[in-house]
Design a protein around this ligand. Structure first.
Ligand code: 13P
Length: 244
């Protein structure tokens, strides 16, 4: 299975900045064997990425409407992302769940909509600090996963992002990541049978060049979803080098 290094820019980079980033990457990028790279950008940046990213690098959105089209002011449809050249989209990021009250059912509807339009959904799950401190992180995350994958096909990526490790500099240990990735794999087997072995499970939360190799070296961790360290090209190159 190819490792997936997915870069979540969050609400950073204007289209002009996106173009500069892609141009800088183009001058320095050498593909790492066995590693797929995807840039998850604000929707307005997608055309700059389509025009300027090196060949072979995927890009996608950070959210998608659960609706096909119509009177949903401000929303962006899966068909629009697809037409802009996107191949994937993040759904259910903890920041969407927290600031936009997205439920598991909302996330599943978005993932289904993405798949119906030929986009690969990257479905995010992960527990808050209080849940971890109570020791309930495994059952809570699996319940969130099952709800978020309701009716969703096996052409999906799952990202485990413990909320307490996002943007805090507190990385879960590689063993913490593997504990949840293995549990997620078990839940995927229940839902998808043998196809679960081909589903990539990512870890996200303060991933950087210094820790990515150990985390992605775990048997059930098939890549990383990276926020802060995705913004500067040298950090991205450092992560790719660490995965070589
Ligand atoms: P950081 O890498 O900045 O902790 O963000 C993780 C994340 O939320 C990626 O989706």
């Amino acid at each position: 299975m190819q490792t997936l290094l997915a870069l979540n820019w969050k609400m950073n980079k204007t289209p002009t900045e996106a173009r500069s980033w892609a141009e800088e990457l183009t001058t320095k990028y050498a593909p790492a064997e066995g590693v797929d790279l995807a840039v998850l950008a604000p929707a307005l940046d997608l055309s700059a990425l389509a025009a300027n990213l090196p060949a072979g690098i995927a890009f996608g959105g950070q959210d998608v409407s659960a609706h096909e089209s119509g009177a949903y002011t401000g929303e962006i449809s899966a068909a629009m992302l697809k037409d802009a050249g996107a191949s994937c989209v993040v759904v259910g990021h903890s920041e969407r769940r927290e600031y936009h009250d997205e439920s598991d059912a909302d996330v599943a509807a978005k993932a289904r909509q993405a798949q119906a339009n030929g986009l690969l959904p990257i479905v995010c799950v992960g527990e808050n600090l209080d849940v971890r401190e109570r020791g309930e992180h495994v059952p809570q995350t699996l319940a969130q996963l099952r709800g978020s994958l309701e009716g969703v096909g096996a052409d999906v990526v799952v990202a485990y992002e413990p909320v307490w490790a996002i943007g805090t500099g507190k990385t879960a240990t590689a063993d913490d990541a593997e504990e949840l990735a293995a549990a997620i794999r078990g839940a995927l087997r229940e839902q998808y049978g043998a196809r679960a072995e081909g589903i990539r499970v990512l870890y996200g939360g303060s991933v950087k060049p210094e820790n990515i190799a150990e985390i992605c070296g775990k048997p059930n961790v098939n890549g990383a979803l990276v926020g802060g360290a995705s913004l500067k090209v040298p950090d991205v190159l450092g992560m790719l080098d660490a995965l070589r």
